[in-house]
Design a protein around this ligand. Structure first.
Ligand code: DON
Length: 592
């Protein structure tokens, strides 16, 4: 099926009632239709038309989804719709974000989860800001070299199967956030997810393709009956009902997180896992706690960023990158050689620090203050010359598959940026039928062995070595940007491993530096540099050939490959909010 048609089928669900099962006609709910309904909306007048290279897959000038009062942008339109309905019923942005996340655990099983973890940044209109870290932790039985085989090589057991998982944090984190900042009863917020699990929802073509690609793994690790019935992966148009998940969610709705971490449900799924050789115990679950953290607060050209501190590397790495770039009075024209050089070099330097110095702050001393300091950034900026810098020479100087992001804002100006993941699609592929969920494969985000790249090619250091009870370093970057008057401007975040950081940062820069409309900022080509491998990655047809030639002449190795991230973002505008789900994916916005 062509991408456009798949997108239309998906978006059609956004129009339907929360628990509807049958897609209505193929309508692009998010664009012209919504614009017409909102008479107060004024497209931001200060935006500058974007120019993309010839042959780039998206054209500038696209229309955003527009909502007058409240908006949710996520990777699953039906989940966005759940969040929107919760706000219509009087809930705030935190209620809506939590409702959307539980709905994603049902309708987006490749990444939405109760068996994974995530990070949430909250900005309340009354000025309170908060961040909650519900990243998974290494089980107590984990050891530093558990993924190094007898031959000294790193095995794939951090990625697939029963010992790939960290202790899940999602249920603890989401319920804690909702209890502290939400306004509705937890049961109201989880209800739509329960209904979707119980009554089922219709599989769209994008999801069917994912089931097809992962059918082998899903069948091997416990998901055969539900996802590959009779040996055939679920197809577009099939209805997926998840009674075991509905039961687990109902227990959480009634009793809170304790229903997941203690008692019969926890006993059932830990013993099911143990039978397969898994190592997460009831004691691991008893000890799991999410951490409230102070968001990293930084400034960029007069705007304020609220971003995620460790155990995510997102906030530090974005801040360090933007601090380096802020020292240039203005950035080279978008898409030019200078743009690729300067932006790529800034990411490269920030990732050198990220890969070597960041880890769980409960275990390692993370130099957050130094890394986010503008003077430090100035020293790094001074090392950007007229040619590519090999990452190996920056190292010395450094001494001194699947995730889903949701952006939410409500009528009061409260906002939530939340990113969650199982890591690879369907995590470890281990499906715990007793409780109805997939377990993550987040252990691969640790350094299995210093110097050996992980799934994302990240070469990381000792700071992120495995230890029992430790959180593995993440790249998830839920971020909120306030305008110079301190009012909400943007909410953004992404999926894509380390490309989460670079894609989110570029959308923010496209809006702030290049003054693109949100739609253009999202469809503009992106680049990526993560220090090692020492290549400047660019999206296919995202660079003019002459720019690519110039970069080679400057000593860059370019890797023209795939996409960089999948961002879901919203922007406050006169008359409401604009929301855009990344055109590289099949998500959608909902609101009113
Ligand atoms: O936390 C992290 O950085 C990774 N586990 C994120 C994985 C991811 O984004 C996969 N999605 N494409």
């Amino acid at each position: 099926m062509k991408r456009g048609l798949a997108l239309a089928v998906l978006l059609s669900t956004a129009l339907a009632p929360v628990d509807a099962q049958t897609p209505r006609g193929a309508t692009d709910a998010g664009t012209a239709r919504a614009l017409q309904k909102n008479k107060d909306y004024v497209a931001p007048p200060d935006r500058v038309p974007a120019h993309f290279p010839a042959g780039w897959r998206f054209t500038p000038g696209g229309a955003p989804f527009v909502a007058r009062h409240a908006i949710v942008v996520s990777d699953a339109p039906i989940a966005s719709r759940v969040g929107s309905e919760i706000m219509r019923r009087g809930g705030n942005a935190v209620d809506a974000a939590v409702a959307t996340e539980f709905a994603l655990a049902v309708v987006y099983p490749e990444a939405g989860n109760i068996g994974g973890g995530g990070f949430m940044v909250i900005h309340m209109a009354d000025g309170r800001n908060a961040a909650i870290d519900y990243r998974e932790k290494a089980p107590l039985a984990a050891t530093r070299d558990m993924y190094v085989g007898p031959d000294g090589k790193v095995t794939d057991q951090s990625l697939i199967g029963p010992i790939a998982s960290g202790v899940p944090g999602s249920v603890a984190g989401l319920t804690a956030a909702q209890a502290r900042y939400g306004t509705l009863p937890l049961s109201t917020v989880i209800q739509p997810a329960i209904r979707l699990a119980e009554r089922g929802f219709v599989i769209d073509s994008a999801m069917a393709r994912t089931f097809e690609s992962y059918a082998h793994n899903l069948a091997e690790f416990g998901g055969a009956a539900l996802f590959v019935p009779g040996g055939q992966p679920l197809r577009a148009g099939d209805t997926l009902k998840q009674p075991a998940l509905a039961k687990t969610l109902r227990a959480i709705a009634r009793r809170g997180a304790v229903a997941f971490y203690q008692g019969p449900i926890a006993e059932a799924w830990t013993s099911e896992l143990a039978k397969q050789g898994g190592i997460i115990t009831m004691e691991d679950l008893r000890r799991y706690k999410p951490e409230w953290r102070t968001p990293i607060r930084s400034t960029y050209r007069g705007y304020t960023l609220l971003a995620m501190p460790p155990a995510s590397s997102g906030g530090v790495t974005m801040t360090e990158t933007l601090n380096i770039l802020e020292g240039f009075d203005s950035l080279p024209p978008f898409g030019s050689t200078g743009w690729a050089h300067v932006v790529g070099s800034a990411f490269q330097r920030a990732f050198v620090d990220r890969n070597a110095k960041l880890g769980d702050p409960a275990f390692v001393n993370v130099p957050i203050k130094e890394l986010t300091d503008k003077q430090y950034a100035a020293r790094l900026r001074a090392t950007i010359g007229t040619r590519a810098t090999p990452t190996t020479s920056l190292k010395a100087l450094g001494e001194g598959t699947h995730t889903t992001h949701t952006s939410v804002a409500d009528a009061r100006g409260n906002a939530v940026a939340v990113t969650t993941t199982l890591n690879e699609l369907f995590g470890s592929s281990v499906y715990l039928a007793s409780a109805g969920f997939f377990l993550n494969d987040e252990m691969d985000d640790f350094t299995s062995r210093p110097g050996v790249p992980n799934m994302f090619g990240l070469v990381q250091g000792e700071a992120n070595a495995i230890a029992p009870g430790k959180r593995m370093l993440s790249a998830m970057s839920p971020t909120i940007v306030l305008d110079p008057r301190g009012k909400l401007l943007l909410v953004a975040g992404s999926r894509g491993g380390p490309r989460i950081i670079t894609s989110t940062t570029q959308v923010i820069m496209n809006v702030l530096d290049y003054r693109m409309s949100l739609a253009d900022a999202m469809s503009a080509p992106r680049l990526h540099h993560q220090a090692l491998p020492d290549t400047l990655r660019v999206e296919a047809r995202g660079l003019a050939p002459a720019v690519n030639d110039s970069l080679h002449a400057m000593g860059y190795q370019t890797d023209i490959n795939g996409t960089v991230g999948r961002v879901n973002a919203l922007m406050r505008v006169r008359g409401g909010y604009e929301g855009v789900s990344d055109p590289r994916g099949s998500g959608g916005a909902a609101g009113f």
